[in-house]
Write a protein that binds this ligand. Structure first.
Ligand code: TYD
Length: 227
């Protein structure tokens, strides 16, 4: 039975930031939250206003799954990995994203389903449509209004990330090159939703472009600035 599409009930805005490890999206996500809040928008979950939501994580079950994925066993079979990311995401969608969006909040996510498509679908070679299919029941029809893809050379990203910080970063450069190719393919597949921004510039210049793209998405969604 297909999952009920509950995304139509939302009134808020979902903005996701994506890219290879070390692309700078965590820094940009935090800056974006601050800038949107300064515009008077209801940013982040109502319980922690102004905050970025990170994936995997942001719920008690999601943080436990994150620990297994990133700092648990050295070897996890590719489909186990894909299903664990999907499970953490299902928990987040059900318990945080749908209620917060229904309440009209503007949510900024540090990674979402596109990471699974790029990392597990492309880089682990499980197939984009196959990985999307296992995520769909937990998404309830929810896709981002805007996905900002920070474009950074994986060599630069890995150097910025500081090496093998977690199990995925430990996969090394060739893996990150496949992730980057995967993200580029996703941008071609969903040109309306995915906005490519050059991340190999100063934090301030990148932040200005990120903010402009986000404000456009908020305006498209019909939220009045400063309301
Ligand atoms: P995190 O530290 O949150 O990312 P970053 O280092 O970019 O700030 O770690 C999340 C890791 O998990 C990162 O290497 C990407 C990977 N990942 C997947 O492989 N699939 C997914 O669906 C998600 C959300 C993340």
């Amino acid at each position: 039975m297909p999952a009920r599409d509950r995304s139509a009930e939302r009134r808020g805005v979902l903005i996701t930031l994506e890219g290879v490890d070390g692309c700078g999206k965590s820094t940009q996500a935090a800056l974006l939250c601050g800038r949107l809040a300064a515009c008077g928008l209801p940013v982040g979950p109502a319980s922690t206003p102004g905050s970025v939501i990170r994936e995997p994580g942001a719920t008690p079950a999601g943080e436990a799954i994150r620990h297994v994925l990133l700092h648990g066993p050295a070897h996890i079979a590719p489909w186990t990995e894909a299903l664990l990311y999907a499970a953490a995401r299902a928990e987040l969608v059900e318990t945080v994203l749908l209620p917060e969006l229904e309440a009209g909040r503007v949510l900024v996510l540090d990674r979402f389903v596109d990471s699974s498509l790029a990392y597990q679908g492309f880089a682990r070679r499980l197939g984009v449509d196959e990985v999307l299919a296992v995520n769909e029941p937990g998404l309830h029809g929810l896709l981002p209004d805007l996905t900002i893809l920070l474009d950074v050379d994986p060599v630069v990203g890995l150097a910025r990330a500081g090496g093998a910080g977690d199990r995925i970063e430990a996969e090394g450069l060739e893996f990150q090159e496949r992730v980057a190719a995967g993200f580029a393919a996703l941008a071609r597949r969903w040109p309306e939703r995915v906005r490519l921004i050059d991340g190999f510039r100063s934090v301030e210049l990148v932040a200005a472009d990120v903010e402009a793209a986000a404000l456009e998405a908020v305006a498209d969604a019909g939220l009045r600035l400063g309301a």
